[in-house]
Write a protein that binds this ligand. Structure first.
Ligand code: WTA
Length: 650
């Protein structure tokens, strides 16, 4: 495949923090002398006590199986909220920290760093008065309003560990995530507002607590003002509680390796796991990538369209930008409300310079036509970014030509919840882009492509993507289950971090991520474990067995295809199909809605009873001509039935 090359313009090479020569030098040093490199760059954040140790990491492996331990800057003492707020006050107290754009285009506001300080300190005091302190976990279940960022930073200020749960998750999913980290405090809002529709956040919290108990306090932000049930002994409105406290709240002294947050994410098996990130290394990585990848300069207006419920919102709406003293835009709404021009209208309204979104949004807007884009100016835009899933070259080209008027480089950033920050990406002043390729590793990142046996492949090749060396933003453990951390990430290829992604490297050393090679699917940039959807389906009284796979979907990237076997005596009808979709939405949330459900009298299994997902994937992809070896099937005939009744037909 001969990909088109978009070279770095002279302008960009000149003005960017890093040009090609500097990238080469910095990258070489970062991998040959990580101690020296990170000793220097660890200082981009402020420390109360500076570190003398830089890197103390082991991925285990043949020599030390089971010994996985990752520590960066371990004797340093700092505080993330201090770095994101207090250290900026002297020089940029009156600068805008957060531009908030509401769901309704008539609503927006700007929050300066000084205001951010006061709001965060008040919220921290409200939490502290309710017993929250260092090491406690706090669940945040919020819409995209500034209070979501205040809540995260208030936790960081107190040394509490936050766990943000995406506001689109159901009460059941929320309940699992609350009990999964043992939070006694929840911060939420009365309701969320997206695309003109309300989301009953407080009611969902009530339902989750009714299921699991154990929550002592709920702090409720008034967003829509609709009346909600308040349990007097447990619930308080933030605006009432905040009146009782001051804006004085010292930052807790945190060790570099003290936990900062937990984020639950889907894996190939079992329940979502709590990815744990710590303080120092995470902030160094998030802030450094934000500055270099987006080539952030003072005065730029930067907008990442993610939700704070995902890692992208953590690292690139809140922590990276604010640590850099940036102006970060937070958007409550959706790309298509009130019209499909909304993104570009917001760009014009706030004169956005750097815009970072997901391929699924680009594909959806691409489908709505060029006119909706062209009628806006977008002259302020300088750089575009993409994250969350592979971007197909066609969408890349459209993003470049139509949105960026051919003027803006695109940074296609590959990374994961586990990696904390961007890992493989172009730097806009240094690396020529190829549509569809995440291009080259960021400083300190050592990607390798391995075959199924773990042999490291050289040159142009295709295989599985592993990372051979630790980097500062790496997750440290699975909360409460270090063994699961080791098994999930370090057992497939001992001594290396396994990403779960497939990847190709071309003759120029560019990386092309080909998608997950495990049972994780990526639906509209949302990561979903097929096992979770399966267990939601089998929880339905009429379902005896279910197998879920992904299939190519024009807009979502991947759609959810469910094969369902019913309890004997049950009949599959269109009504039952609808009922199952509603059921899954209620169990997990709308992002998990199956797109296609096929009734399967039997599932293809090996003689030992293992479902052959490879076959189910092929049928879902409408590629049943190439099923490969089916000779190990216990009952080959079930495959013919599945093919005959497949739901995805070209
Ligand atoms: C996928 C989101 C191709 C990948 C930051 C990864 C990508 C998973 C890209 C992590 C990209 C993310 N190109 N694939 N630029 N970015 N992915 O944890 O499969 O929600 O493993 O983190 O998204 O999803 P997560």
């Amino acid at each position: 495949m001969d990909a088109k090359l978009y070279p770095v313009s002279q302008d960009w090479a000149r003005r960017a923090h890093v040009d090609e020569a500097k990238y080469q030098l910095m990258y070489e040093r970062s991998v040959k002398d990580p101690e020296g490199f990170w000793f220097e760059h660890g200082n981009r954040i402020d420390w109360f006590t500076t570190y003398s140790q830089v890197k103390n990491t082991s991925f285990g492996g043949p020599g030390s199986p089971g010994e996985v331990s990752i520590r960066w800057f371990e004797d340093g003492v700092t505080n993330v909220a201090y770095n994101c707020i207090d250290r900026h006050l002297a020089t940029r107290g009156d600068q805008v920290a957060i531009i908030w754009e509401g769901d309704d285009p008539s609503e927006s506001k700007s929050i300066t760093y000084r205001e951010l300080h006061d709001e965060v300190a008040r919220m921290a005091n409200v939490l502290r008065n309710r017993g929250v302190g260092k090491g406690d976990t706090v669940t945040i279940y919020m819409p995209m309003i500034p209070e979501a960022a205040y809540a995260m930073l208030a936790c960081a200020r107190l040394g509490a560990i936050h766990s943000v749960v995406f506001g689109g998750f159901s009460p059941d999913s929320l309940a699992d995530r609350i009990s999964g980290c043992g939070s006694k405090m929840i911060i939420t809002a009365d309701e969320g507002l997206r695309g003109g529709r309300t989301v009953p956040l407080k009611a969902n919290v009530d339902a989750a607590i009714a299921k699991i108990g154990g929550v002592d306090h709920v702090v409720v932000v008034r967003r829509t003002g609709s009346p909600v049930e308040m349990e007097p002994a447990r619930d308080v409105y933030l605006h009432d509680a905040a009146e009782q406290v001051t804006t004085e709240c010292p930052c807790e002294k945190m060790n570099a390796e003290d936990p900062l947050f937990i984020l639950f994410t889907s894996g190939s098996t079992g329940k979502p796991k709590g990815v744990l990130h710590t303080t120092g290394g995470y902030l160094v990585h998030a802030s450094m990538t934000h500055e270099y990848v987006f080539d952030y300069h003072d005065g730029d207006v930067y907008w990442c369209t993610a939700d704070v419920g995902w890692v992208t919102g953590h690292s690139y709406i809140v922590y990276g930008p604010l640590a850099n003293g940036a102006t970060t835009l937070m958007f409550e709404g959706v790309p298509t409300y009130p019209s499909v021009s909304r993104f570009w209208e917001v760009v014009d309204k706030h004169q956005v310079n750097i815009f970072y979104t997901a391929p699924t949004a680009i594909r959806a807007l691409m489908g709505a036509g060029e006119e909706a884009v062209k009628k806006t100016s977008r002259r302020s835009l300088r750089l575009l970014g993409s994250v969350g899933e592979p971007i197909n070259p066609e969408a890349w080209e459209w993003y470049h030509r139509v949105v960026g008027d051919g003027r803006c480089p695109i940074v296609d950033t590959w990374w994961q919840t586990e990696t904390g920050g961007i890992m493989i990406t172009p730097l806009p002043g240094a690396i020529a882009q190829k549509p569809g390729s995440a291009t080259r590793p960021f400083f300190g990142v050592v990607p390798q492509v391995v075959d199924a046996e773990g042999k490291v492949l050289e040159g142009a090749c295709e295989g599985n993507l592993v990372i051979a060396e630790s980097w500062p933003g790496q997750m440290r453990t699975v909360f409460g289950d270090h063994q699961r951390f080791i098994e999930t990430y370090f057992s497939a290829y001992p001594g290396k971090y396994f990403t779960g992604d497939g990847c190709r490297r071309d003759e120029d050393g560019y990386y092309w991520i080909t998608g997950r090679v495990d049972d994780v699917i990526n639906v509209s940039g949302h990561r979903m474990g097929t096992a979770e959807v399966e267990s939601a389906l089998v929880a339905h009284p009429k379902v005896s067995e279910a197998a879920v796979v992904g299939y190519p979907h024009d807009i979502k990237g991947q759609g959810i295809y469910a094969y369902v076997t019913l309890m004997s005596g049950e009949v599959f009808t269109d009504d039952l199909r609808k009922e199952l979709v509603t059921w899954v939405r209620k169990e997990i949330g709308p992002i998990a809605s199956p797109d296609l459900i096929q009734f399967a009298p039997g599932l293809p299994k090996t003689r030992s009873g293992k479902i052959m997902r490879r076959i189910l994937r092929k049928i879902a992809e409408d590629e049943f001509g190439s099923l490969g070896d089916t000779s190990t099937l216990a009952e080959p005939a079930v495959v013919d039935d599945l093919i005959a009744n497949r739901q995805n037909r070209a």
